[in-house]
Design a protein around this ligand. Structure first.
Ligand SMILES: NC(=O)c1ccc[n+]([C@@H]2O[C@H](COP(=O)([O-])OP(=O)(O)OC[C@H]3O[C@@H](n4cnc5c(N)ncnc54)[C@H](O)[C@@H]3O)[C@@H](O)[C@H]2O)c1
Length: 383
């Protein structure tokens, strides 16, 4: 086996996503398994170079994981001709500038979503990358999760008959930060720092709906800031200027109607933090991050509306678990592997900066729809 090194500048690795999902669960996990076998006698060996603002934090993290390279000087890292890929998991507002520089320096790009804070910028990045001839990818991890892979298996197997509707419920209570620490960074709740649940979650809903059910053709949303004041990482109160809940209705190409609630101000009475119920003429399913339950039309009970009688059976027990049938890897790692194969072998890769721009477009139109109280068409994007 020949080992081929791929050097990746990883910016924003001190953050939640950068550290846990991308560095530890993806890139370091690939090293732990001995690298990525390409199937042609080569093993791809990812070599991360940690990039960030705080030298102390980077040095400590590198030492903890036995890594030797880190830098607080992004320009110097990008000027290093041995770096193949620039990866970005910084706060969203810092992303566009860094990616522009990296493309200009000729690096392949892999980035967290949203790829930019606005559609013009997101499309601009996609065009710049195309013109520079570099490879590019945007994190669209949810379609690599076991629950949604099982849902996709049901769709591909024709289980649903005609799919009629999708109802998604995402959310959990994010503590305000006063008497218990908030479990998400405070910038998420400040619009001026690139925060907001629409900007955060609509990019996910765009590719989930698009890949599983059809391209989103219209959006109608109502957004709210239910919790107007929060406390930051230093215990300081601040005004929450960004939306923390979004109630969206999406029409999809082919006629499916999707309705998705997203909220950081709800308490969970579900089996998972996100669940999608899909109803079709021949069957229904409820998919979460890991699990998926289904009910075929032949096993559908016949409820009769009668509030005078207590419910005599558990509706939840009338669903059947969809089996795994295969081992599932971490969704972020699975997507990293495909991106690395795209870079190394030129294999096709659809989750690129144009796909990322579609997510940004949906978020932008969702916010506009809410502000103006009207439904918006979602035009198909092209470069
Ligand atoms: N794919 C997903 O499921 C998913 C989930 C959560 C977040 N995200 C995305 O990942 C990115 C990072 O989110 P996170 O939750 O890890 O955030 P975080 O606050 O935990 O991390 C942000 C990182 O950016 C760095 N940074 C650079 N410039 C900064 C600045 N001016 N202010 C503050 N931090 C700065 C921080 O040092 C840190 O390393 C966001 O773009 C977010 O949209 C994706």
């Amino acid at each position: 086996m020949t080992r081929r090194t791929v050097r990746i500048a990883m910016n924003g690795v001190t953050g939640r996503m950068g550290y846990r999902q991308h560095l530890v669960r993806s890139v370091l996990a690939l090293r732990e398994q001995g690298g990525l076998e390409l199937g042609d006698g080569t093993v791809l060996w990812p070599e991360p170079v940690l990039v960030g603002r705080r030298e102390h934090a980077l040095r400590e993290m590198a030492g903890h994981h036995g890594l030797t390279e880190w830098s607080t000087d992004l320009d110097a890292v990008l000027a290093d001709g041995t770096i193949d890929i620039y990866f970005d998991a910084q706060v969203t507002s810092a992303r566009e500038d860094a990616i522009r520089k990296a493309i200009t320096a000729g690096k392949h790009i892999y980035t967290e979503k949203p790829s930019a804070t606005g559609l013009d910028a997101a499309l601009g990045l996609a065009r710049l990358a195309r013109d520079a001839g570099v490879k590019h990818g945007v994190v669209q991890d949810k379609v690599f999760l076991p629950g949604l892979l099982k849902l996709k298996r049901l769709i591909d197997g024709g289980f649903f008959g005609e799919i009629l509707s999708v109802r998604g419920e995402f959310g959990y209570w994010v503590f305000e930060g006063d008497w218990q620490d908030a479990q998400r960074p405070s910038w998420n709740y400040r619009a001026e720092d690139g925060g907001g649940i629409v900007v955060d979650m609509f990019p996910h809903w765009e590719y989930v709906l698009h890949e599983l059910f059809g391209r989103v053709t219209t959006v109608q949303a109502h957004v709210a800031t239910h919790i107007p004041q929060r406390w930051d990482e230093h215990g300081k109160p601040y005004a929450a200027t960004a939306d923390d809940a979004a109630y969206g209705i999406f029409q999809l190409e082919g006629g499916v109607v999707a309705q998705i609630n997203s909220s950081w101000a709800v308490r969970v009475n579900r089996d998972e933090l996100v669940e999608f119920q899909v109803d079709g003429t021949h069957g229904s399913a409820v998919a979460g991050l890991r699990n998926c339950r289904m009910q075929h039309r032949a096993a559908t009970p016949k409820p009769v509306w009668n509030p005078d009688l207590p419910v005599s059976h558990s509706f939840r027990d009338q669903w059947q678990e969809v089996p795994d049938n295969e081992p599932y890897d971490n969704g972020f790692k699975a997507q990293w592997e495909l991106f690395l194969r795209h870079v190394a072998l030129d294999e096709p890769y659809t989750w690129d900066l144009l796909a990322g721009a579609r997510g940004v477009q949906l978020a932008e139109l969702g916010l506009k729809s809410s502000a103006e109280g009207r439904r918006y068409d979602v035009p198909e994007l092209a470069l």
